[in-house]
Design a protein around this ligand. Structure first.
Ligand code: ACM
Length: 537
């Protein structure tokens, strides 16, 4: 970057300022956005946010008919990109690239695909005053700098996990979070929809999942790390219509929603609703304490049918190519004495109950494959058994990702040490209660999602990275925003920005930009942690 006056996050690949010596683009009330037909959705989205933030009236006009457009959106190859992307170990998706030229009163955007045009418009927003990030306002004409930005992402998978199982998060917050992902050019929202402590997705034919499984009598006291029950009933769920709205809202913003149904462990909410799914006659209910329940699904045919029925409903709601079936932390003690589990052990010649989890995941993978979906699972499947085309999320540590790549899997790097935002952002006494460990903003920024140990020839298997927010200690959207921001800004940058010798990574430079970016988050009313530390509230 030749100029540090633009606080664009994530940092673009290349910014050239003042090249033509002319004035830049000029935006004002009554402006026209011209677009080729393939970009109508992007043009409409931008009109909506810009009209809200400026109070202007903005016109959309098909490309051929517009002669005086202040913003022009068109499709086309970016020939200059190959020289930029030859620079590093990235995994570039060409469709998401764009060129944005602001010169002589106009902004001209060119991209190989609609997603690139959308990211160009997100960058353009960041060239406008903070006030335009508000939901209503009035603005004078805005003179942009004379510049050319060429940009493309480093990784195709730039994800954010929200755990809505431990604490249900209202749909309004999920939609707001999608806007924040899109602002930061993240493109996957992973919803952890089910766990021991709650079931959050309505499933046709299984009403008790939400009548019973979505509610728990009580929860550990707010802020308590132990299991003392202290709070009133807790819960909630999304209807099919809610989820379809979330999916559509995300799609308009080039975010794919990845649904997760965590099984065969982390399933106590479902077992509480339908005891026949479990391994014991004991009366079980939705877990009121944190931690991993030892109660897991049994492996009866009816239980497998339940699982595939749930996946079929998931596939009906979520059009994306991937379905996450969890598979982390599955205790096997109950299978040691359950007749059906032991029968499968004998039939298959297994000597370890852990192999039963592989048996289960292969069946889920086959079922999803028949529905043209690919299974995603946690890295625990690596030794328990995963379908060969499964995408694994390396959460335990980086080495798990390296091992999954060597086993031939595509991998998303989500290592807890750097990318679990339920950990406190500092070691200070004023941070909200979180999981053990500390993940500072600097630690996130300095992390490289591509493990050094992955050989060059296998780097394309690292699809990208994802940050996680588990919500045992996060009960409200405001608390969730605090845990995400501004660490999510640093995450977005490590997932998007291609490093280069001309633009080496510098925490100081990042924090300078971030300080200005926080003005945008303030205008959007995001409850971020300030750079100085926790606010007393
Ligand atoms: C996990 O943190 N158990 C995926």
């Amino acid at each position: 970057m030749t100029d540090d006056t633009f606080a664009i996050i994530p940092r673009p690949l290349d910014v050239t300022v003042g090249r033509s010596g002319a004035t830049g683009g000029l935006l004002m009330d009554g402006l026209v956005i011209s677009y080729v037909p393939e970009l109508v959705q992007e043009a409409r989205w931008f009109r909506q946010v810009l009209e809200a933030g400026t109070g202007w009236l903005i016109h959309l006009a098909p490309y051929e008919s517009a002669h005086d457009a202040a913003i022009e959106l068109s499709l086309g190859p970016l020939t200059e990109l190959s020289s930029h992307v030859a620079r590093g170990p990235q995994n570039v998706t060409p469709d998401a690239a764009y060129r944005l030229t602001s010169s002589e009163g106009r902004v001209v955007i060119t991209s190989p695909g609609p997603v690139g045009a959308f990211y160009a418009l997100q960058t353009l927003r960041q060239l406008l005053p903070d006030l335009t990030f508000r939901k209503a306002g009035r603005s004078e004409p805005i003179r942009l700098p004379d510049l050319v930005i060429v940009d493309a992402p480093r990784f195709p998978w730039r994800g954010v996990l929200l755990d809505v199982a431990r604490h249900f998060m209202p749909k309004s917050f999920v939609l707001e979070l999608i806007d924040l992902l899109a602002l930061h050019k993240c493109n996957v929202l992973h919803l952890h929809l089910t766990d021991d402590q709650g079931w959050r997705i309505a499933i046709e034919g299984y009403p008790r999942l939400t009548e019973v499984g979505a509610w728990r009598r009580e929860s550990p006291a707010s802020g308590a790390t132990d299991a003392r029950p202290g709070r009133s009933p807790q819960g909630g769920f999304y209807t099919r219509q809610d989820l379809e709205e979330i999916v559509a809202y995300a799609a308009e913003r080039h975010v794919r929603v990845l649904p997760e149904i965590d099984m065969p462990g982390h399933m106590l909410a479902a077992i509480g609703a339908y005891p026949a799914l479990g391994n014991t006659d004991e009366h079980l209910s939705v877990d009121t304490t944190w931690g991993v329940s030892s109660h897991v699904l049994n492996l009866e045919d009816d239980t497998l049918r339940f699982c595939t029925d749930v996946l079929d409903e998931v596939v009906r709601i979520f059009p994306g190519p991937y379905v996450h079936v969890g598979g982390d932390e599955c205790p096997t003690s109950e299978w040691k004495t359950h007749p059906r589990a032991q029968e499968i052990m004998r039939e298959e010649g297994y000597d370890d109950e852990g192999q039963l989890q592989g048996w289960f995941s292969l069946r889920m993978g086959e079922h999803l494959a028949q529905r043209h979906r690919r299974l995603v699972g946690w890295d625990d499947l690596l030794e328990r058994g995963a379908p060969s085309n499964a995408i694994l999320m390396a959460w335990q540590d980086e080495a798990r990702g390296v091992a999954a790549v060597s086993a031939g899997h595509d991998v998303v790097m989500v290592p807890q040490e750097w990318l679990y935002f339920d950990r406190p952002a500092s070691a200070g006494p004023d941070e909200p209660v979180g999981f053990p460990g500390v993940t500072t903003l600097e630690k996130v920024y300095l992390h490289d999602p591509m493990p050094d140990a992955v050989p060059d020839a296998q780097r394309h298997h690292v699809l990208g990275a994802q940050c996680q927010l588990w919500t045992e200690y996060v009960a409200t959207p405001r608390q969730a925003e605090y845990q995400y921001f501004p660490r999510l800004c640093a995450f977005a940058e490590i997932a998007w920005t291609v490093e280069s010798p001309e633009q080496p990574k510098s925490y100081q430079e990042f924090v300078g930009r971030l300080g200005r970016h926080l003005g945008r988050l303030t205008a959007m009313d995001v409850n971020f942690r300030t750079l100085e530390g926790p606010d007393p509230a």
